[in-house]
Write a protein that binds this ligand. Sequence first.
Ligand SMILES: [Zn+2]
Ligand SMILES: [Zn+2]
Ligand SMILES: [Zn+2]
Length: 74
Amino acid sequence: MCFTAVMYRQYVCNHLQAYERHTADCNRTNCAISHSHSGSDHDCRAICDQRLMPQRDLVTEASRYRCDTCLARQ
Ligand SMILES: [Zn+2]
Ligand SMILES: [Zn+2]
Ligand SMILES: [Zn+2]
């Protein structure tokens, strides 16, 4: 099943800020959301996954600075 991945940057104040969001494609023919989804005639609702999996939060970057909110509070 496809899912939405959200990439976060972690600041030294420990706050997270999302900087990128994309849908990861599972490339399965029996997934209605996938680009590889079968174009042939089939009972889509019965056979195929119709929904995205829950969003996945990934902390992929670390910043050496404090986040905008904390900087604005100074
Ligand atoms: Zn999928
Ligand atoms: Zn289908
Ligand atoms: Zn902060």
